[in-house]
Design a protein around this ligand. Structure first.
Ligand code: MOS
Length: 757
């Protein structure tokens, strides 16, 4: 449980993180930090081939080592767990130990448990595996990879078709057509993938960094055939996730089974290289984009076809042309998505999973179209701003893309740009200025929360929210302080535990909206209860309209300014302690959303899928690159992003998220790629030395502008969420800046020196 010390902070004010002191002092315990008496240590053995069968596993040498307690393989425990639900919810997942079958490189094939980590590591090295290896398909263009339309694999998938896109493209006076690609990327959160399981009687406690404690609980209950009430999942702090800790993975059930067999707690911290294959990643994508326009720059056709690599058993895909199809007001639109099934681990959510790769393609193509039209790229986007969403013709709850473009352009100094590629120089450095638009749906999930308010003016908020570094602890305290009229240091926040009221998944940029709205409602319920009791006959505010009573400065305040201390008002309701259990099922979510979220399922109103309206946050990103004339070294001295994302609960944490997204975008555009050996379908650079990410010196000034926006239609607090919006346009903004600097259009990420030489 976390509480603040420090100044008051209401909704919209820049409150410091209330979990900050615990984190910087080391008091915050991440799941693997939690000490357990008598714990045993697990180490994973993973497959050295990508496709085939295990002929035999020789455990003799491993078992003979002192301290080795148990070794789990498909031969002794394979039937004891069902597969977890697949990411994305479609197809099948594998338990990885269910049989001798190898689906992908680095698949878990054994779990070694020992008295010490060192003994487990040594024993894992002594496990001898004989394989019957088959030639694997690594991905695109690999023999044996199976290409399939997404709509064949996922009946709910819709490709878009509006008007006559082919006809319009044929006859249009100005057009561009190009192919783009993005590479495999891995999240690499600083905190490794870890699981500790402990049984007490028949009750299982799981400590694991996860973005959804009820989701993990439900998956494990299903996998192990247990009553969910017998499982507790605890995840108080998460050291980075970005989607990689969103869907249940196959490791947790095996650690639970290991702990059950040994009757003692078992702790696993998977190695960094294993994180590349036992968790998810962003799959490589390919895009074919066709844009057509009139001579004055009005879009006449948008065609966006995508291809994504996925695994054999699971058709996971992101289909981001759902967003690119509705970004601009074109009368003719078509999209199509294919998956390419290969012998690979199943991909999964990674920051703005659909938008990041697909907007790279669209927003690069828009830049190419601007050049073909000789129209300024900002002007082209403004010309084609969609008044209503063009696919299903729904109004936006609010749309301030143009304001974002204008604010960011002004701050960046865009008016000083010479549009001719290669025209701006500083000595040996070619200077490029590029921009792109960003959009991300405003999602909100069902949630529940408990609020305890006591006579001394202290409040406690309890809900199974998750803070993946985003600021959940802090915004919850702010909302409660604001709505209860209490200083923020009177609010205690307890989250990250499936024994608390369910609060959904911290992903899809929905969580801030979900948890702030349910807590605001709980506070309002509390205020109404207190006000009703205070206005009954014979009470101080008798005869006053209860709706007119406010909670402020630790008192109940009447419309005439009369005050009564909160403690006295509370004693009338409940003898000093008021406890509220609040449910919130947002408009547009499934009608049984609250039950769903309690059962660990998805229950979200998605801004892209609402019947009568479209709810999106928007942004615009501007980037300066400098490319050395001789060496083609690429630097990014500055980036400016402006974002309109509804109500900002806390500008400090929101800015951090948007800035982090922008930096990741620079990283994705210029650095990151997981390399695969195409013969063996194995990842090669599974470490932080060879998987490139930027350091401080690689990222110059990053400025975030929060464009004021009031949206009363997306949800009562008007919160759109900012977890993902910040990354969305960055890949294209960087690529467009490189094209402006050099005259060279790089359509395949990451952009590296060798492509420019
Ligand atoms: Mo995120 S990729 O929605 O965890």
């Amino acid at each position: 449980m976390i509480g603040a010390s420090g100044p008051a902070a209401r909704i919209g004010e820049p409150a410091l993180r209330i979990d900050g002191p615990a984190k910087v002092s080391g008091a915050a315990r991440y799941p693997a930090d939690e000490p357990f008496a008598h714990a045993a240590y697990a180490v994973l053995v993973t497959s050295a081939i990508a496709r085939g069968r295990i002929l035999s596993i020789d455990l003799a040498q491993a078992r003979g080592l002192e301290g080795v307690l148990d070794i789990l393989t498909h031969e002794n425990v394979g039937g004891e767990a069902k597969p977890p639900p697949p990411p994305g919810g479609h197809g099948e997942a594998t338990t990885t130990l269910e049989s001798d079958r190898i689906w992908h490189d680095g698949q878990i094939i054994a779990v070694v448990v020992a008295e010490s980590l060192e003994a487990a590591e040594e024993a894992a090295r002594r496990v001898r595996v004989a394989y019957a290896s088959e030639a694997p398909s690594a991905g695109f263009d690999s023999p044996g990879a199976q290409i399939q339309l997404v709509k064949e694999a996922e009946p709910s998938h819709e490709d878009v078709r509006v008007g006559d896109p082919e006809g319009a493209f044929q006859t249009a006076p100005v057009k561009v057509e190009a192919r783009y690609s993005t590479p495999i990327q891995h999240h690499n959160p600083m905190e490794l993938f870890a699981t500790t399981c402990a049984w007490e009687d028949a009750r299982l406690t799981v400590l694991e960094p996860t973005q959804y404690v009820h989701g993990l609980r439900a998956a494990l209950a299903m996998q192990l055939g247990l009553d969910p009430a017998k499982i507790r999942v605890v995840s108080k702090f998460v050291g980075g996730a970005f989607g990689s800790k969103g869907a249940p993975s196959s490791r947790t059930a095996w650690i639970a089974i290991a702990a059950r067999r040994l009757r003692r707690p078992v702790k696993l911290v998977a190695r960094r290289d294993q994180g590349f294959t036992i968790a998810t990643h962003r799959a490589e994508t390919r895009h074919h984009v066709k844009l057509a326009a009139s001579r004055d720059g009005r879009l006449l056709a948008v065609v966006h076809e995508g291809q994504e690599v996925t695994s054999r058993p699971t058709p996971y895909n992101v289909s981001g042309n759902k967003t690119t199809a509705m970004l601009y007001g074109s009368p003719n639109i078509a999209t199509k998505v294919e998956i390419v099934r290969a012998d690979r681990n199943t991909p999964g959510f990674m920051r703005a999973p659909p938008e990041t790769p697909y907007m790279f393609a669209l927003e690069s193509a828009m830049d190419e179209l601007a050049l073909a039209l000789a129209i300024d790229p900002v002007q082209l986007r403004k010309l084609n701003d969609a008044a209503i969403e063009p696919v299903k013709r729904r109004p936006y709850t609010s749309r301030n893309l143009v304001a974002c473009l204008e604010r960011a352009a002004e701050t960046f100094g865009w008016a000083r740009r010479d549009p001719a590629p290669g025209s701006m120089r500083d000595g040996d450095w070619l200077i490029g200025w590029g921009c792109a638009a960003a959009a991300y749906p405003a999602n909100i999930g069902a949630a529940t929360a408990r609020l305890r308010l006591s006579a001394d003016g202290a409040a406690r908020i309890e809900l199974a929210a998750i803070d993946i570094g985003t600021g959940s602890y802090t915004i919850l305290a702010q909302v409660a302080a604001d709505r209860l009229g209490l200083p923020i240091d009177k609010i205690q926040v307890d989250i990250g535990d499936s024994d608390l009221p369910a609060a959904g998944l911290a992903a899809g940029s929905n969580h801030a909206a979900a948890i702030s709205n349910v807590v605001a409602r709980a506070c309002e319920t509390a205020r109404m209860r207190i006000a009703a009791a205070a206005t009954a006959p014979g009470t101080p505010f008798s005869g006053t309209d209860p709706a007119k009573l406010a909670l402020r400065d630790g008192t109940l305040v009447g419309p005439d300014g009369r005050r009564e201390p909160l403690g006295e008002a509370l004693s009338r309701v409940s003898g000093g302690v008021l406890e509220i259990f609040q449910e919130n099922n947002p408009a547009g979510a499934p009608s049984d959303g609250v039950r769903k979220v309690e059962h660990g399922q998805m229950a979200m109103a998605r801004g892209s899928d609402l019947e009568d309206r479209a709810a999106y946050g928007f942004g615009a990103q501007f980037v300066e690159v400098r490319v050395h004339r001789r060496t083609a070294e690429i630097r990014v001295p500055r980036a400016v992003g402006a974002f309109a994302a509804g109500a900002i609960l806390n500008p400090l944490t929101a800015r951090s998220q948007l800035m982090g997204g922008m930096i990741w975008g620079i990283s994705a555009a210029l650095f990151e790629a997981t390399e695969i050996d195409r013969r063996t379908a194995r990842y090669v650079n599974t470490n932080l030395a060879d998987y490139l990410t930027p350091v401080n010196a690689d990222v110059g000034a990053v400025e975030v502008i929060l464009v004021p926006e009031t949206d009363r239609l997306c949800n009562p607090l008007g919160v759109k969420g900012v977890g993902e919006l910040g990354i969305v346009g960055m890949n294209a903004a960087v690529a467009n800046a490189v094209a402006h600097a050099t005259g060279r259009r790089i359509r395949d990420l990451p952009i590296r020196i060798e492509q420019l030489l």
